[in-house]
Design a protein around this ligand. Structure first.
Ligand SMILES: Nc1ncnc2c1ncn2[C@@H]1O[C@H](C[S@+](CC[C@H]([NH3+])C(=O)[O-])CC(=O)[O-])[C@@H](O)[C@H]1O
Ligand SMILES: O=C(O)C(=O)Cc1ccccc1
Length: 243
């Protein structure tokens, strides 16, 4: 995979339109997400380890909002010979086209159904692992509970949901501190003040983070028996919930 540098917000723009997963973003996405999300590579690797632990032969795995397929590839490497199917879903045509190329670059005996569609319309059944890696935050807040309920229903007992999200904090000084630490992370990765502020405006209307207590409450309300935060760096978190 060739990795092109993200310079999408490098030039001053008079009007910043809402962030979209279009062809331009898909073309630089690997670089963008690694330089913007602390712990991203560790989270991708850990999703593979969790697949090794939780994926049962002859079950299904769902990667919801798969982008370029990083989580699917990490899972697929760990579950050879288990006769499983991975259903990878994204509603961005540009992401799906590039994801298909990435999947084609490696051989595997695990079938992958790559679906260009909305995760709210996907049937979930016989699942041992469901991954929402930084995707739930892009759904309208009022649609989040219904999706979590559908995932719970589609998981087999003992199945696991991995939920990674940007999070916000009710406590104002903590919110300010962790947000500033994230901005320092972006600066250290070469983003300018202009890039940081223009991207922030683009994301304002489309990405609405929840608090950690809200995530936990939603998961337990839907029936998940076990919950833990397993990763946090600044305002980025990854959680597991087991049915
Ligand atoms: N309703 C929706 N239906 C389907 N896809 C959607 C929807 N809303 C957003 N998406 C898709 O969700 C992905 C979110 S990125 C996930 C990273 C990936 N998981 C990774 O592990 O590299 C996270 C980020 O950019 O912060 C994009 O590809 C959207 O097109
Ligand atoms: O860049 C940011 O500020 C983020 O919050 C993460 C992100 C990463 C990639 C696409 C959209 C948001």
């Amino acid at each position: 995979m060739t990795v092109s540098q993200d310079t999408i917000y490098a030039q001053a723009s008079e009007q910043i339109s809402d962030f979209q997963f279009d062809n331009r973003v898909a073309g630089v996405f690997s670089d963008m997400i690694r330089r913007s999300v602390p712990g991203y590579t560790q989270i991708i690797n850990t999703i593979g380890d969790l697949a090794d632990r939780f994926v049962i032969p002859n079950t299904q795995i769902y990667d919801l909002g798969c982008s370029l397929g990083a989580a699917t590839l990490s899972i697929r490497r760990q579950i050879q010979g288990r006769q499983c199917r991975i259903i990878a879903v994204d509603n961005s045509e540009s992401m799906v086209a590039r994801c298909q190329e990435n999947l084609n670059a490696y051989v595997s005996d695990t079938e992958v159904d790559l679906v260009c569609g909305d995760i709210r319309d996907i049937d979930i059944k016989n699942a041992s692992l469901v991954v929402l890696n930084f995707t739930l935050q892009f759904l309208p807040p009022e649609d989040r509970e219904t999706l979590i309920a559908k995932i719970y229903q589609g998981l087999n007992p003992g199945g696991i949901l991995v939920l990674s999200e940007k999070i916000r904090f009710e406590d104002a000084p903590i919110q300010k501190l962790l947000e500033e630490q994230h901005l320092d992370f972006k600066r250290a990765n070469g983003y300018s003040e202009l890039e940081i502020s223009q991207k922030r405006s683009a994301l304002e209307n489309v990405m609405k983070p929840d608090t950690l207590p809200l995530h936990q409450q939603r998961l337990t309300d839907q029936g998940f028996s076990h919950f833990s935060l397993w990763f946090q760096c600044f305002n980025f978190a990854s959680m597991v919930a087991i049915k």
